[in-house]
Design a binder for this molecule. Structure first.
Ligand SMILES: [Zn+2]
Length: 135
């Protein structure tokens, strides 16, 4: 864990609750207090109704594989040893889409719409990444 050399997220005031939840191995996204829409990525106003009343809620971590691509060349030199790897868009059960990786699954077994579930990877003492694996 201490030798993690890949790019890391830099939590901000807006995104920090997402990263703190991930560290507890929980998936949290925002929900609008006015129209109740679930919102991801984290932001300051609801994209549906422009209300600033966004709160954080724990969600199931369940979703489906909406789309994916196979990285045959590293997108950053630090990912060289991971090639090939899966860059995926997951549609959460609550609706929002989240870009991540699919892990724990042979690439040949990937299918659009397959059920997936969040999988938490502690990469440093402060940062846990949210990836997905087959449900
Ligand atoms: Zn709203």
């Amino acid at each position: 864990m201490a030798d993690y050399k890949k790019p890391l997220p830099h939590p901000t005031a807006v995104t920090r609750p997402f990263w703190e939840a991930a560290k507890r191995h929980e998936l949290q996204i925002q929900q609008c207090g006015a129209c109740h829409a679930h919102v991801f990525y984290p932001r300051e106003v609801c994209p549906e109704c422009l209300s600033p009343e966004l709160g954080w809620v724990k969600v199931s971590g369940k979703g489906t594989l909406y789309s994916y691509t196979i990285a045959q060349a590293p997108t950053h030199h630090s990912f060289t040893e991971d090639v090939p790897y899966v860059i995926a868009i997951v549609e959460l059960a609550e609706g929002p889409h989240l870009t991540s990786n699919i892990v724990g699954c042979p690439i040949e077994s990937l299918k659009v719409d397959m059920p997936v579930v969040a999988s938490f990877v502690d990469v440093t003492p402060d940062i846990t990444l949210v990836k997905f694996r087959p449900a």
